[in-house]
Design a protein around this ligand. Structure first.
Ligand code: HEM
Ligand code: HEM
Length: 185
């Protein structure tokens, strides 16, 4: 199993980054969907702190993933794709990366602007990147919620595309992102 990517498939490191982040993002969205229904109390604060801690961990993993992506060849899209499908694939992948950076930043800066401090998984306190500014904090939280909706829509498109490639077009797009799985014979 090659560690690095080549022009035809993803290497092991890119595959692990993809699936690790997918799990983290689903956990992050699940945490948010649970805590937005809770009333203020210790349970709510614990879940919000877990969401903030996991969100900032996601930021670090995304930056590492992008550095690995720049240091490696990126596999070509299948040549059977029509121009509009190429555009959609590039657009959704670019939007996913942009959201994976913008969501943690709006959350972190919003939290700091509202004067909260974050204890990373209750282990140590993280620095606040900006000073308290309540109206700015509310604007950043609103942006965070709007970006969350956009992420939901794009993820549905992304997963639908993976299913279409695998079960309808029957090409290797999903297989080349799966560790230990070779191309169709
Ligand atoms: C990729 C990372 C992240 C994702 C996918 C994500 C996702 C979400 C979602 C789906 C919601 C519910 C949206 C709503 O309020 O309607 C939410 C809310 C929230 N998130 Fe995140 N989040 C991320 C990172 C962060 C980070 C790093 C922080 C803070 C350090 C944070 C702080 C918050 C807060 C405080 C709320 C509640 C906002 C409010 O009360 O309006 N998030 N997030
Ligand atoms: C069940 C869930 C998922 C499936 C089946 C899936 C499937 C795939 C597949 C097959 C590719 C490779 C496309 C290609 O080779 O051209 C891919 C790429 C990608 N996926 Fe997912 N994915 C899932 C979840 C996610 C999640 C949750 C995220 C992050 C929010 C994500 C972000 C990305 C990104 C950014 C790429 C582009 C890779 C690059 O060009 O560097 N995926 N996904």
């Amino acid at each position: 199993m090659p560690i690095r990517n080549d022009r035809t498939r993803w290497g092991l490191v890119s595959q692990l980054f993809h699936w690790l982040l997918a799990i983290m993002i689903f956990a992050q969205i699940a945490l948010a969907l649970i805590f937005i229904q809770l009333r203020p109390g210790p349970e709510l604060f614990a879940l919000i702190n877990a969401h903030k801690s996991l969100g900032l961990t996601i930021l670090v993993v995304v930056v590492a993933r992008l550095i690995w992506r720049w240091a490696n060849p990126v596999p070509d899209l299948p040549d059977t794709l029509k121009p509009y499908e190429r555009f959609l694939a590039r657009f959704t992948h670019g939007a996913l990366y942009a959201l994976l950076i913008a969501m943690p930043l709006t959350g972190w800066f919003g939290s700091a602007a509202l004067g909260f401090t974050i204890r990373w998984f209750n282990l140590f306190q993280l620095p606040n990147p900006i000073a308290k500014d309540v109206p700015l904090g509310h604007a950043l939280y609103l942006t965070h919620s709007i970006l969350a909706l956009a992420l939901g829509v794009i993820l549905v498109l992304h997963i639908a595309a993976a299913i279409r490639h695998h079960w309808i077009l029957k090409d290797d797009t999903l297989r080349r992102m799966l560790p230990g799985v070779g191309p169709r014979l």
